[in-house]
Design a protein. Structure first.
Length: 459
């Protein structure tokens, strides 16, 4: 409980001195002192949410790892041009909050409960055969001989599934999108029709988010809905196509002096956490990805920070968790903004998808655009490079439900773009992406689209 109180105080102190949007842009993020300076705390961010309940974020609009803010009627500002009419909404989001990918190798001291979540997977055949919708009901047989050994985790979850809290957040996300972009601005149609484009990755997490968000948008819809996915092996999101150069570029980025410096300043922290979680191998020690993933999954779903499986008196402290989160933010800024290979890395990771987005934006300025509203459900590893391509001023880890709304407006025959990141006008090295000719935005993104991705990946 002391840990929780500490987090809330730390958020409140910063919130008093900066506006919600400021919590997205820590000025010192390029420097490793951002990681080690414990007085920064969470930089006004929130890292806790209740189990199995909706999480609203408080105050609304701050960087909230568990439930990032999204566009809502109450905070939304209309463009100053009174003649402007919204003609296309290109929306993309990370899935909502979830269980972890990375269980503590030494054993998880708290069981993770997913018994209120039904993860569906079943098949039916158009016109030929219907089927009973089936969901996975995960259980453990106590007679299973593997159950006694570490790192067995007594759980009803299939990791990294969405949680009930994440589903509820997704439904609210959808309701708010409908109120703004449907009821008020009229770009989301009343029912799912040929002007709507919905796509996810092949990961169940993104499909589970799509089901919740679309239910929030169209609550009276009944029946199944096609969710587009590119075929396995060539998917342009979620690193879905083979690319050796992508991994070798990442290796080069992780070999920089700056990256090594961030490992040096965190050597004691990593050793202490390695001991508590039994996490001493390089998967856990070479970046903060796994520690961060494990801690946020607990804190964002009503659990405590972990303790050592074999010694309940040795627990991860709130101060250690905050340093992990700051180190994670530093890494994201390093990967996608602050290294010499960032442009190449973005091209290799996300360039094809960025090209698809540009295509839809350009089509929206002609009569050729079929889709008024495109919504893609993706991952942090997709949002990061896209934010990097926009030139976001500072990049904290794109957290649960992070979203980018690219709005295309028409006014007196000209087309303008505006870009919101988690409901706020995005701050970038090109200035605020508030109102600009569509071509100006396209020119910002275009250098990130590879001319020959196959050759570049095999180079
Ligand atoms: C630590 O961060 C605080 C702001 O939270 C700042 O005032 C102080 O200068 C920083 N200290 C160092 C050594 O960077
Ligand atoms: C797992 O947890 C459940 C619920 O707490 C408990 O009833 C069950 O006995 C546990 N199973 C094992 C194998 O520890
Ligand atoms: C951090 O680094 C990026 C990329 O090198 C740069 O664009 C940005 O201005 C830097 N931010 C600060 C506050 O120095």
């Amino acid at each position: 409980m002391a840990a929780l109180a500490h987090r809330i105080v730390s958020a409140a102190v910063v919130a008093a001195t900066m506006s919600p949007v400021d919590t997205f842009y820590p000025a010192a993020l390029n420097d490793t002192s951002y990681i080690t300076n414990s007085s920064i705390g969470t930089y006004g961010g929130t890292y806790s949410a209740p189990a199995n309940k909706l999480s609203g974020g408080s105050p609304y609009g701050v960087y909230d790892y568990c439930t990032m803010p999204h566009p809502r009627v109450s905070e939304y500002t209309m463009p100053s041009d009174p003649h402007a009419k919204l003609v296309h909404l290109e929306y993309m989001q990370r899935h909502q909050r979830r269980t972890m990918y990375n269980l503590a190798p030494g054993g998880e001291n708290q069981p993770f409960d997913c018994s209120t979540f039904e993860g569906f997977l079943y098949g039916a055949s158009t016109g030929a055969a219907d089927a009973i919708p089936m969901y996975a009901d995960v259980y453990t047989d106590p007679a299973n001989p593997f159950v006694d050994g570490l790192p067995y985790v007594n759980t009803t979850c299939f990791f990294p599934q969405l949680t009930t809290g994440g589903l509820l957040d997704g439904i609210q996300h959808g309701r708010d999108l409908w109120a703004l972009y449907g009821a008020k601005l009229g770009i989301i149609p009343r029912s799912i029709n040929e002007h709507v484009w919905l796509r996810s990755t092949s990961s169940p997490l993104t499909q589970q988010s799509a089901g919740g968000v679309t239910h929030g948008i169209w609550p009276s819809h009944s029946g199944a809905v096609p969710l587009r996915q590119q075929s396995g092996g060539v998917d342009t999101v979620n690193s879905g196509y083979p690319c050796d150069a992508r991994s070798s570029t990442l290796a080069s980025i992780q070999a920089t002096d700056a990256f090594q410096a961030h490992l040096d300043v965190t050597a004691d922290l990593r050793a202490a956490l390695g001991d508590i979680l039994g996490a001493t191998d390089s998967d856990w020690q070479s970046t903060f990805d796994h520690f961060s993933d494990n801690f946020q999954a607990r804190l964002c779903n009503g659990y405590q920070l972990p303790c050592k499986f074999t010694d309940p008196s040795k627990c991860v402290s709130a101060a250690q968790a905050e340093e992990v989160f700051r180190a994670g933010d530093w890494e994201w800024q390093h990967y996608w903004r602050n290294n010499a290979l960032a442009q190449q890395y973005i091209q290799l990771t996300e360039g094809l998808f960025i090209g698809e987005i540009i295509g839809r934006l350009q089509a929206a300025t002609t009569s050729k655009q079929q889709y008024a509203y495109a919504h893609t459900f993706i991952h942090d590893n997709d949002l990061g490079p896209i934010l990097g391509a926009f030139g976001i001023s500072q990049m904290r880890w794109p957290a649960m439900g992070s979203n980018i709304a690219i709005e295309i407006w028409e006014s007196k025959g000209s087309y303008y773009a505006r870009v919101l990141y988690c409901g706020h006008v995005m701050r970038t090295i090109h200035g605020d992406l508030d109102w600009m000719p569509v071509n100006t935005l396209v020119n910002i993104l275009e250098p990130y689209v590879p001319t020959d991705i196959v050759a570049q990946c095999n180079a």
